[in-house]
Write a protein of this length. Sequence first.
Length: 200
Amino acid sequence: MTPQVVDLAFRLTGSDLPTDHGYFLFAAISKNLAPFHAASGWGIHPVRGTPLGNGTLALSKSSRLVMRLPADDIRRAIPLAGKRLDVGGRTVRVGVPEIRPLRGARHLFARFVTIKGFADAPDEFAEACMRQLDNLAVREYRIGVDKRRVMDVKGYTIVGHSVRLSGLHEADSVLIQERGLGGKRKMGAGIFVPIRPEHA
């Protein structure tokens, strides 16, 4: 039986982060949580905040560091609580986490999806996403490839797109959230979350 996947949401205290913080957060967590780098099936949500327009993301009381991981691995991630992380030169403190079960939704959104070899042609990128969805045996959906985005990883530019999926069956929706699409999931890519119908 496939282990249940959940979101583990840690409170995050600090003033701001780099807007492009995927690699920096990955590096900071890897330094402070020994199992993280080699762990299978783990992902990190992009941290939510208010973009200030100068490469800075202002944090708020609702900002969280959210790890998506098998429920059986929660105990391996808990030691991150209480740590101070240096994320691209900004210091944030990780607080007490809460467990959030995944829920099925007709509409999902990922801010950044990257698939190697399919970066700059939206139609080819959409087809690559669809092949991965076919491999997951997802039955019915509509796909929308939105804004082109980039991520810096140690001086290399990783190109991706925002992706919207609509018209999903509940079980397929949960499966997509569990598995994600594309690579760099520990850097915030390929992580899908439910959205309201009016945003689909």
